[in-house]
Design a protein around this ligand. Structure first.
Ligand SMILES: C[S@@+](CC[C@H](N)C(=O)[O-])C[C@H]1O[C@@H](n2cnc3c(N)ncnc32)[C@H](O)[C@@H]1O
Length: 227
């Protein structure tokens, strides 16, 4: 796993761009959609101020330029040293640390939010519960975990995954499977919302997406659980 993403670290963004080129959309569009969703969730859950966040499996920190303004402090961890090195060059204010396969290098209840974006489909099924338990451990009571994953029911998502060289090992998770993992790890009020339904960020498109968020239609989904 580590070696796989070490190899892709220096051209991660270009590899993603190539695998989604058929959609006519740029990677930025997908990053902004995630940041928009997270911004909405944080505003609702943490009205008193911006949360501290640990990005588990943060890779080269693609999302971190957009996460920094949403957070009071941002940390990231990953198995890939090469990816962490790149991330640290891009975002010197983020605290990056090397993870073990199922050991997060942060203390108990150390963060308001633990986040994992497109990580679990790379984690072998038997190893997934231990990683979610670690996310539970580092999330403070009153905090949340957010797991963003590809929606296996969306045919365009499947095409993008099939075209992406570093997704060769990917085993996609249905939202129900991700919800079960979070519940089993002790998270409460677990629910998912689907997003990236339409190839537009216009207000009407986002309203339609919001209306359909409970249906497994969008390209990705976010599963959220309360610690
Ligand atoms: C597809 S990349 C996603 C990177 C980043 N989250 C993003 O959305 O741009 C998956 C990342 O998960 C990391 N990863 C996989 N299993 C992990 C684990 N058990 N603990 C920490 N990171 C892991 C990989 O090294 C890789 O950097």
């Amino acid at each position: 796993m580590s070696a796989e993403f070490d190899i892709h670290a220096d051209r991660y963004a270009a590899t993603v761009e190539r695998s989604i080129a058929f959609s006519g959309l740029r990677h930025d569009f997908f990053l902004r959609a995630k940041a928009r969703l997270l911004g909405e969730v944080f505003a609702a859950r943490f009205p008193e101020g911006r949360p501290t966040l640990l990005d588990v499996g943060c890779g080269v920190g693609e999302l971190h330029g957009l996460l920094l303004p949403l957070t009071a402090a941002l940390s990231g961890c990953d198995l890939s040293d090469e990816s962490l090195e790149r991330a640290a060059q891009r975002h010197p204010s983020v605290a990056y640390r090397r993870s073990g396969e199922a050991a997060l290098p942060f203390g108990d209840a150390s963060h308001d939010v633990s986040l994992a974006v497109c990580v679990f489909h790379h984690v072998p099924k038997p190893a997934r519960p231990a990683l979610v338990h670690e996310m539970r451990r580092v999330t403070r009571p009153g905090g949340i975990a957010v797991v963003i994953e590809h929606n296996p029911f969306n045919p365009l998502t499947r095409l993008a995954v099939a075209r992406c060289p570093f997704d060769a090992d990917a085993e996609l998770l249905r939202a129900g499977e991700t919800e079960a993992l979070l519940r089993e790890a002790g998270f409460a009020a677990v629910a998912s919302r689907h997003f990236l339904l339409l190839p537009s960020e216009s207000a009407p498109a986002l309203r339609i997406e919001g209306a359909f968020r409970r249906l497994p239609l969008g390209a990705q989904y976010a599963t959220i659980g309360a610690a």
